[in-house]
Design a protein around this ligand. Structure first.
Ligand SMILES: [Zn+2]
Length: 93
């Protein structure tokens, strides 16, 4: 006799950006992409850069500034608008 019922699934974060923490992710980082990178908003070098792949298969680089929290997305063609990233990520067909 079950004494309690737990939620079947605790889906805390199902945001738009897929989280890829596999070792292969680092291979997507272009050489020199992170060295000398500065925040376009405040010029800080305290950026966190990581590579990920959008839902539509586009490999992108994501940079987040520690100082002003400005976030930059870029792909092979250059900087992306965050809205564009969301649109691409939202496509699940
Ligand atoms: Zn900044």
């Amino acid at each position: 006799m079950p004494s309690h019922s737990m939620p079947s699934h605790q889906r805390s974060i199902d945001l738009t950006i897929p989280d890829q923490r596999s070792g292969a992710a680092s291979s997507l980082t272009r050489p020199g992409a992170r060295s000398g990178a500065t925040c376009p908003a405040c010029g800080s070098e305290r950026l966190t850069a990581l590579a990920m792949t959008l839902t539509d298969g586009t490999p992108v680089s994501f940079s987040s500034c520690h100082d002003c929290e400005h976030r930059t997305w870029s792909d092979a063609a250059g900087q992306l608008d965050f809205a564009d990233v969301l649109v691409r990520t939202a496509k699940r067909k």
